[in-house]
Design a protein around this ligand. Structure first.
Ligand code: HEM
Length: 487
């Protein structure tokens, strides 16, 4: 027979009565000495941490990444080498603009944040379901997000702010076209692609650098919701994408994505006709074809949503030897922003939590103490080497921590004058127009209708500016938006 499990206090003492508080007489007031009641109420008051400033609503799942094509000619990253190599992974899917309780079926990019627990540390690719983004310079990110969140006066979503910003920032046009197209509302998280979106870098054992873009191609087929379908789904089940993922994993219907990369030799960046570090642009596949790397399969639900999904701290700065950043100005801003947000949102020692701890290896560093420092994760010991008293480096201990010089990234040549270079005056129209021209007629019609659904709520001057941008991308695109707005 199994032993009784008693309810206890946080300090482990069995609690004799968790049903009734301690009062002075049956009808009397409560006693301060009821420390169990006080612990319960006080802890309850501290159950919430700040939600993510963006991507607050999300779903997390563990899985496995398996290499199907050895990448050692491009990178020393061990999780991309050796056919059959397997690495534990974690993916958090999300919407962007809504709060934690918002509906999954909003028209919004979907976050697609992948973590690989590699033997050389955690590698995160914190991307979206779109290969591009609205901006090419991180200095505009807070402004852009303010237009996607609630109006500070009315506390309502604000189509005027949204379109006003886009009309004054033509670099957004390509991504706006993606967002307003059928792909703007994926049917669920399984039936969409994922993209690292930015240009990252690979470097190999010879010290050669390559620019790289990551693509996760769904094996489930693409499925989207129309505006009308989404309106129904939001009303019936605001958590439909979370429910879909939980059901798929519980049924053993494990979703899979093929990881592919586009690879550009370092020197091409100087001559390629597209700025490869501009996040508003794709690299046409005819110039840089997709190369398969492996299969990502999701197959295990977290035990504790708060501990593992709410507290996961994915960050584009979590890079490992063989994978580096690039001069992409958006990526550069993100390299700072995530860990900073996580120190605030979770606390200075967030990397000691089991979901964040690099548990396929061991974290060894001289960073000490801070709130909640300690062995919360059995794998994270912030070791100092043989002598635990040497919390500084260099030190003369024979077993002190050493620099990992064999993983030195090849130097990157930079030149140019420090200045604030304009975001404007670049070609914001060709790729947006190409995408429009590629859409079948019925999808074009839905795109125009989706745009006008909210653009019609903006002022005339904003509408006119937007029609100008659509027309520059494609005359037919602009004409049809104009016609629908006046009809
Ligand atoms: C979440 C900032 C652009 C994808 C976040 C968070 C911040 C942030 C502060 C919350 C992090 C946390 O509390 O854990 C920024 C800034 C950007 C930017 C400053 C531009 C300079 C992008 C872009 C993408 C992206 C371009 C995709 C290509 C995501 C995803 C999450 C996220 C997927 C959620 C991660 C998770 O699931 O925990 N972003 N972001 N962000 N961002 Fe960004």
């Amino acid at each position: 027979m199994s032993q009784k499990q008693y309810i206890t206090s946080q300090s482990g003492a069995p609690i004799a009565d968790d049903q009734n508080s301690l009062s002075a007489g049956e009808r009397g007031p409560l006693l301060l000495q009821d420390w169990h009641l006080i612990e319960k109420l006080a802890h309850f008051n501290r159950e919430r941490i700040p939600e993510r400033v963006v991507h607050a609503k999300g779903t997390g799942v563990y899985g496995t990444f398996t290499v199907t094509n050895d990448m050692s000619q491009y990178t020393i990253a061990e999780h991309f080498q050796g056919v059959g190599t397997q690495t534990e992974a974690f993916v958090r899917f999300s919407t962007v603009g809504g709060e934690m309780g918002s509906a999954d079926a909003e028209r919004d990019p979907r976050g697609f944040g992948v973590r690989f627990y590699t033997k050389r540390g955690n590698h995160d690719i914190v991307g979206n379901n779109t290969p591009t983004f609205f901006l090419r310079d991180g200095i505009k990110f807070p402004d852009f997000i303010h237009t996607q969140k609630r109006n500070p006066h009315t506390n309502l979503k604000d189509p005027q702010a949204m379109w006003d910003f886009w009309s004054l920032n033509p670099e957004s046009l390509h991504q706006v076209t993606v967002l307003m197209s059928d792909r703007g509302i994926p049917a669920n998280y399984r039936q969409m692609h994922g993209f690292g979106s930015h240009t990252f870098s690979f470097w190999n054992a010879k010290g050669e650098r390559f620019w790289v873009k990551f693509h996760f191609k769904t094996e489930q087929g693409i499925a989207n919701l129309t505006e009308e379908q989404a309106a129904k789904v939001k009303g019936i089940d605001p958590d439909h994408a979370q429910r879909d993922m939980v059901a798929a994993i519980q049924d053993g219907n494990f979703p899979r994505w093929k990881l592919k990369v586009q690879i550009m030799p370092e020197a091409d960046a100087n001559t390629y006709h597209i700025n490869p570090f501009d996040l508003t642009k794709v690299w046409p596949h005819k110039d840089y074809p997709l190369i398969e790397v492996g299969i990502l399969e999701l197959n295990r639900l977290p035990q504790n949503y708060f501990a593992e999904v709410e507290q996961v701290a994915l960050a584009p700065s979590n890079l490992v030897p063989g994978v580096g950043a690039s001069p992409d100005k958006m990526l550069q801003a993100r390299l700072f922003a995530y860990a900073d947000a996580q120190r605030y949102r979770i606390g200075a020692n967030y990397n000691q939590l089991p979901v964040n701890c690099p548990h396929a290896t061991q974290a060894n560093h001289h960073q000490r103490a801070g709130a909640m420092a300690g062995a919360q994760c059995p794998y994270h010991r912030s070791q100092t080497g043989g002598d635990a008293s040497a919390n500084y480096g260099p030190n003369s201990q024979p077993s002190g921590l050493q620099d990992a010089t064999e993983f030195k990234e090849p130097p990157l040549r930079l030149d140019g004058e420090a200045d604030r270079y304009s975001r404007y005056g670049q070609d914001d129209y060709t790729q947006a127009g190409n995408l429009y021209r590629l859409l079948p007629e019925e999808e074009k019609a839905r795109l125009i209708s989706n745009i006008c659904g909210t653009l019609s709520q903006a002022t005339q001057d904003v509408q006119q500016r937007m029609i100008g941008h659509f027309s520059q991308a494609d005359a037919d695109y602009g004409r049809r938006v104009q016609e629908m707005l006046v009809s």
